[in-house]
Design a binder for this molecule. Sequence first.
Ligand code: B12
Length: 250
Amino acid sequence: MTAEPRHVRPYGDTSGDGMVQTSFTLPVPHGPRAEGAALLLAAKMGMDPAMVVHSHAIGPDFTFFVVYGSVTHIVDMADVHVVEREYPLLPPGEVNTAVKRLLRRKLVVVGACIGTDAHTVGIDAILNIKGFAGEKGLEYYRELRVVNLGAQVTVPELVKRARTEKADAVLVSQVVTQRDAHILNTREMSAAFREAMGARRPLLIAGGPRFDPRMAGDLGVDRVFGRGTTPGEVASYLAHAITVRKEPAA
Ligand code: B12
């Protein structure tokens, strides 16, 4: 593998030519004026030159565009700040062994979609035995006990159930992001656990396609998982997190 370059630009036809493609909708009827507006927007976004490679009407008053062009911007890799996985990916057998050794009982996971969110496919992909992307879900792990509460669970209900089940970890999914519902709901959830249980609260994990893993602190949770998360990543995180709690020196 060659060393990472310090400054990068997108690659289209030739290295560093800056070519990108983007799509958006404008509230303008389909036609030449709409295409002109799309190109003006593209120029303001730093695409120069840019061309509309596709446009079509969405009803009488809107137009959808795909615009292709070269961006003038350069990314300095020194300015990139992301959350990188700081724990190893473990196969299910090793997760089970770690849980058994550290807890001497099953680790209890309570999962739910909170608020009005009814998008259960994501949390099911992580929890259900059939799993996701070729990996089995958490229900497959012998040393994990999974309680999946499903959709539209209120925060008080979640806290109550987590207590009853003696949850070690609470996993919430938030897919709808309209009016920042995912952020507000997750903050409400973490505040409720802090108020009800203080330092004895379970691990709090939030997930969904529009979360940024860097948001964990701001949301008051221990970890945030974004789009494309696999069950193995979550199970390995659980093993890592309980190790840190039980054996801080490790
Ligand atoms: C299927 C679907 C539905 C189904 C949901 C069925 C179900 N039982 O889940 C139905 C038809 C019910 C539905 C309804 C609505 N939907 Co919808 N829906 C989708 C769709 C097409 C796919 C979502 C999906 O299943 N993805 C597949 C899963 C596997 O991916 P995922 O959710 O990202 O999950 C992964 C990761 O994010 C992560 N993850 C997710 N949760 C968690 C949790 C934890 C703890 C962890 C660790 C990881 C994790 O792991 C998963 C695996 O990698 C999306 C569009 C899209 N293509 O994404 C719209 C979409 C999410 N829906 C949308 C909307 C607007 C709605 C409605 C409001 C529409 C309406 N006006 O009625 C309603 C809302 C209903 C409600 N009360 O929530 C919007 C949301 C826009 C926004 N900014 O908020 C989207 C993006 C469509 C769009 N482009 O407009 N929807």
